[in-house]
Design a protein around this ligand. Structure first.
Ligand code: IPM
Ligand code: MG
Length: 371
């Protein structure tokens, strides 16, 4: 059986970090019974320069035809013109929408050895294990109208936050089901004291909670949640929220883990692939970091862990995914760090390529141990 994986390296450090993750996947492919078939496509600024559009039709077609997609990052100062009609980020939004990837899963866990990389106190972040589920295909990111226009007394602009019951229900359900497999706690985040969409969100979340009586449920307002998340992060298990709140809270949550360079993500929809699992888009939560692009300084661990999530969620290869995360833990325990993870005694700073190679060596040596 061959599974089709589309690789979209994108801009900035995207090609470097995805290059390392791809090599990890190739090792897994070689040792397992399944055939992983990789195809590469262009996306973002690179595609804009080459094909005149951030998400070329044929790339979208390949994406729709794939079992899973691994993506790096898009964007950079070169394309940062606020009034430009075409922007690299549109590719991401277009891909998410076209594939119906409504649930963005962003797990945040602290690793003991890396706690020094976080500015927060170790006693606050030790043992944090939270998954933020961000609604990804609705809300203010997609609502119409969304435009800047000229009015009688000057410029004005409008964005629209719009949600249907079905959109809210499916992502909350996804969260409740995940909570059931974890510590059975769900926090739904909204701004119900101000926004109509949030009041609908809260109403539906509260109704749904009655169907999941085994899951402890609470509603939180997004502003106080922003505070609780860094004050008492251990209290949270599964957090579900709308698109923009999720975008903001997940960047905040990355501080708990020490670096954005460590955090993977999965974006999943309803559709099943040829492996019988959900089609998914897997990407690190960090951006394209143009300032360090091409310097072999980027941290490939988030991309490598995204590849692990791909194996688990889209191909059902749980033990292979576990093998990769153990290899990452083990390299970190050995003291290897990329520059984003503050060093300290007993640590050694390595580049992107070396970090990738170290992870692969761990995987290969644990394989031979297992044989
Ligand atoms: C993210 C990013 C994107 C988003 C940008 C690049 C469009 O910040 O994936 O979190 O806002 O969704
Ligand atoms: Mg973001």
């Amino acid at each position: 059986m061959a599974y089709k994986i589309l690789v979209l390296k994108g801009d900035g450090i995207g090609p470097e970090v995805v290059g390392e993750a791809l090599q990890v996947l190739k090792i897994i492919g070689r040792r397992s019974a399944v055939d992983l078939e990789f195809k590469e496509g262009m996306i973002g600024g690179h595609a804009l320069d080459t094909a005149g559009t951030p998400l070329p039709d044929e790339v979208l077609k390949h994406a729709q035809d794939s079992d899973a997609i691994l993506l790096g990052a898009v964007g950079g100062p070169k394309w940062d013109k606020p009034n430009a009609e075409k922007r690299p980020e549109q590719a991401l939004l277009g891909l998410r929408k076209a594939l119906g990837l409504f649930a963005n899963v962003r797990p945040v866990k602290t690793v003991r050895e890396l706690m020094a990389a976080s500015p927060l106190k170790p006693e606050v972040i030790a043992g944090v294990d939270v998954v933020i589920i961000r609604e990804l295909t609705g809300g203010i990111y997609y609502g119409k109208p969304s435009e800047k226009r000229t009015a009688k007394d000057g410029r004005e602009a409008v964005d629209t936050c719009f949600y249907t019951e079905a959109e809210i229900t499916r992502v909350l359900k996804f969260g409740f089901e995940l909570a059931r497999e974890r510590r059975k706690k769900l926090t739904s985040v909204d701004k119900a004291n101000v926004l109509a969409t949030s009041r609908l969100w809260r109403e539906i979340a509260t109704e749904l909670s009655a169907q999941f009586k085994d899951v402890a449920f609470e509603n939180q307002l997004v502003d106080s949640m922003a505070m609780h998340l860094i004050r008492r992060p251990k209290d949270f298990d599964v957090v579900v929220t709308e698109n923009m709140f999720g975008d903001i809270l997940t960047d905040e949550a990355s501080v708990l883990a020490g670096s954005m360079g460590l955090l993977p993500s999965a974006s999943l929809g309803e559709e099943l692939n040829s492996a019988g699992f959900r089609v998914g888009l897997y990407e690190p939560i960090h951006g394209s970091a143009p300032e360090i692009a091409g310097r072999d300084e980027a941290n490939p661990l988030a991309a490598i862990l995204s590849a692990a999530m791909l194996l688990e969620h889209s191909l059902g290869m749980r033990s292979e995914a576990e093998l990769i995360s153990q290899a990452v833990d083990s390299v970190v325990r050995d003291g290897y760090r990329t520059r984003d993870l503050h060093g300290g005694t007993g640590t050694q700073i390595v580049g992107c390529k070396a970090m990738g190679r170290l992870v692969r060596e761990k995987i290969e040596s644990s394989e031979s141990e297992g044989e």
